[in-house]
Write a protein that binds this ligand. Sequence first.
Ligand code: SF4
Length: 310
Amino acid sequence: MSKEVKKIMGLEERELFAPGHRACAGCGEALGIRHTIKAAGENTIVVSATGCMEVISTPYPETAWKVPWIHAAFENNSAVASGIDASLKKQGKRDETNLLVVGGDGSTFDIGFGALSGAIERGHKFTYVCTDNEAYMNTGIQRSGASFPFSSTTTAPAGKKVHGKMDPKKPLPLIVAAHGSGYVATASIANLIDLNRKVKEALTRDGVSFVHVYSPCPRGWYHASDSALEIARLAIDTRVFPLYEIDNGVLKFTQKIEKEKAKPLEEYTKTQRRFKHLDEEDMKKLKEYVNDRYSFLEGIEGKKCFDTLY
Ligand code: SF4
């Protein structure tokens, strides 16, 4: 790999998430966190909600974090970050310090959503990174508001009558944008250059900026431990996880996949045992769901769809 490419990918920057943490082999989320904190750099305070990345990185008295880090509960990471933001402002250190809030989908989509919503409305300044593995993996693979339709989890298991989760995934980036956030982006471990750029961009913004990171989980998705990157690429190519940013209320795709060029959805679902129960009818519904969601984004692309607060 050339020096130039390494520089673009942030690979020349110092590792701030140390090896030796306790994530499962092949964890996509740990890779996303490693590159997120690398992009943010040393002068960063991290607030981490309860979840996989907290549990695997800080078994007392050890830590994988090489920056100041604080554990918040599932429900209050944005509230804790709001206090740190206010304190940094009071000390006159706000401009020189990055404040990064990290939460999984359970914390972000569900339990901690109220605190995030309030922090956006109050105009606090921090970057929220949601590492989404589509269930409460740390506590036993329970369904969350981010779980993908028809995926099997321990609280929405696939059976003869009910084929996994029967509800849609919350469109959280759009919900955050509708709050008035000036910068919202989706990112994936399949494109680390893009992830690096989006985190850096988010940290320059006033108010709460938001980056939603697609994070495959071998343990909860029942996929091989060497497949996280392949699955992340397939999620983009099958239009399951669109890559875009909403900058000052205007959505722009950063890697657009045209419907005619998309890979068949089956190529994605067959890689994970959480979808192994899908029959023909389920696949038909799932394809409609994926295409409807993508078409909606295409419909608002390039238009000013959200008013911003900052
Ligand atoms: S359960 Fe999933 S997200 Fe959690 S550490 Fe293991 S692979 Fe990573």
